[in-house]
Design a protein. Structure first.
Length: 147
């Protein structure tokens, strides 16, 4: 992770093809396997989503770009959760690069309003990306009991 003012950047190597990883970013049940209790998603440019991430923390936004199986960009914010980051106020850009033994995932989260928001989102992305890697590599991280 690299925090530069309002930007977080994460990279993860995943021992799976980009198309496999991409499916965890664009299919309801697979998304909810790694992040969220429930949710509604319209996986198309301009489509909305709303997901209950952790019981009483609900995130919402809109998909901006979906380029299978290499990139997905969406806005991010909290309906219930951090009032400093309202729905659509920040942007998450995930790219998937094929590498010899799998995929290099790069997640960039821009537009966070403060160092505190960066810290909180860094903790969240670290947790949920770990779960995504395990699922995409055909594992099972178990129930999400974070916080």
């Amino acid at each position: 992770m690299n925090a530069i003012t309002d930007v977080l950047v994460f990279e993860r190597h995943i021992a799976a093809r980009p198309s496999t990883v991409f499916s965890f970013l664009t299919e309801d049940d697979k998304w909810l396997a790694w992040m969220g209790k429930d949710g509604e998603f319209s996986f198309e440019p301009g489509g909305d989503y709303r997901t209950n991430v952790r019981g009483d923390d609900v995130a919402a936004g809109r998909f901006i770009e979906i380029d299978p199986p290499m990139r997905i960009v969406f806005t991010w914010g909290w309906v219930h959760g951090d009032p400093a980051v309202p729905p659509g106020s920040s942007t998450v850009d995930i790219t998937l690069e094929p590498v010899e033994d799998g995929t290099l995932l790069r997640l960039t989260h821009r537009g966070l309003p403060s160092p505190d928001a960066c810290t909180a989102h860094a903790e969240g992305w670290t947790h949920y990306l770990r779960r995504l890697v395990i699922w995409a590599e055909d594992g099972d991280p178990g129930p999400d009991d974070w916080k």
